[in-house]
Ligand binder design. Sequence first.
Ligand code: CNA
Length: 289
Amino acid sequence: MKIGNTVESLASYFKEFPKSKVIFLVGAGISTSCGIPDFRSPETGLYHNLSKLKLPFAEAVFDIDFYEENPEPFYTLAKELYPGNFKPSKFHYMMKLFQDKKRLERIYTQNIDTLERLAGIRSELIVEAHGSFADNHCISCGEEYPQEVFKSRLEECSKIDGKFDYAACVKCQSFIKPKIVFFGEDLPKRFFDTWAQDLETMQQSSKNGSEVVVIVAGTSLAVYPFASLPTEVPNTVVRGLMNKNTVGDFSKHPRKSDFLLTGDLDELATELMEHLGWSKEFNDLIVTE
Ligand code: CNA
């Protein structure tokens, strides 16, 4: 099965296979139009703009050992990214419409902005591979804390006697942190369990005619193990990339059956909705949500 490198041919595929469903593998690029910078875009990406945080290296802001030494840079960044300040993008609403049309199998997101939930996508269809701000715990003893504890300290972001006043565990005085996966931490168990289950679905899909298409979007595919997911997609399943540039396995080990849709994600989403004849519902979602 070959889809072709145009939005029109992708739409034709979905029309030809009305039982087909999509697994989306997404990253920060689906949220840049919401005003949340991604990591690696030149000039606008967070890594480019981290100099004000005075980090020894850019990734230190998400490094668990560095957090124990100096949590302040993460607080500065979390203030910028914290959910509540942003609305979903057109791309998010496109995925929501796939759900409403019963054509959404799953979304694996690397994002921590929870905009998939805000767009109205059901939690069982979302896998937040790198966690979110919703759950919080002590990084030493594991004591769980309500979101409010970290959030209220974040809002204050103060220093006492020149020392940064971080959210401290009442049991062991160590650091409370949202369960966002830092470098050096494990991904949630649900990520591995659900992917194993979805791999099984993909293997079965071409046999029973309920085709699954994997769409990778808005990610540089630089962070593992997430970046290995497209490689693990069975050869019998079509995968495609929607992104500004060609990345990861799509450039290193392209498959004949891959499709590439290069461009701005909101524009590609709008175009896909037009070709599918879903524009009215799409626009209604954007206006009313
Ligand atoms: P990244 O490495 O910054 O890559 C983003 C990709 O999206 C790049 O290839 C860009 O070219 C592309 N892109 C950006 N904007 C658009 C657009 N409008 N249209 C098309 N393509 C676009 O980000 P990744 O997600 O790959 O990196 C993984 C990190 C980023 C995860 O651990 C996240 O937690 C982390 N992150 C999340 C957010 C968020 O929650 N919104 C923001 C910034 C970083």
